[in-house]
Ligand binder design. Sequence first.
Ligand code: GAL
Length: 330
Amino acid sequence: MHVFFLALANLFLLTSLVSADPQLIQPGEVWPDDRGRHIQAHGGGIIKLGDTYYWFGEDRSRDNDPNLRYVACYASKDLAHWQFRNQAVKADDPAKLGAGWILERPKVFYNEKTNKYVMYAHIDNKSYEFASVAVFTCDTVDGDYRYVKDFRPLGQQSRDIGQFIDDDGAAYLIFEDRPNGFHIAKLSDDYLTVEKDVHLFSKKQGGALEGGALVHYNGLYYVMGSKMSGWNPNSNQYATAIRLEGPWSDFKDIAPPEKNTYGSQSSMLLKVVGSKTTSIIFMGDIWKPHAQWDSRYLWMPLEIGDGKLTLPEPKPWTIHVATGETVINP
Ligand code: GAL
């Protein structure tokens, strides 16, 4: 009897591990990690190392120490199952910004030359007047990151940041600068500073945008951002260009404007290059400002090509990272 159950349990374990059916990604739902806890990677970013994706984001767990700010790191091979790795940042107000200080939208880059992991994050005081980036580094991807410094990129105000790694490996920081607009800026060789603007979208050019994200797909760059309405969703927009320097097209809505990006805000565009196709995934946050630990994620594969980009209506979907194929539930 006992042996029979053991065999049955083993069989079950085996089939669940080798199951050919990819796991559903369910926009707007609680997304449990390997411990069964809702993933805490809000305003996040992803890097891929080998065949593993690492997702970093704001860890707003309810039981965190309210004086500290946390960044969590998760790992996955299929983009659906995420293993909690570490609270990669547990910071105690390193820039002395006082009660209510802010650490948002962490993004990690791997620098091959220095063999270091470099994290950028928006660091601010309670009233968002410090408007700077913080830089943390680590020798391992999911280790304890050490605070290095904070600064204003190119001497300008910087609030929401985004990350972009081009096909040639070049690393860019996207940052929102209230007086001037929306920057796509190149990082220095060691990634420890922001070297130069590659393009600045002036406000006149539609560049009053935050939650910046960028992807290169089929010969075109697609940049995306949200309008500025704090935690409230708005209709996110995109523009395209052949070169990062521009000229850039006008900005257009990514979904019917009355949908307000289905209640979400852009955080990153993830490119999954598979053996059969390339998929671009919209990673957005559904914020719950009064219960941030319960903020949700809206990830959907985009309809993209020939200068057009659409965020489809959110529905559960699956991805097969090896082939790059995605299937949206009917
Ligand atoms: C949003 C921004 C968030 C957070 C929030 C605060 O516009 O994207 O990251 O800073 O404002 O109100």
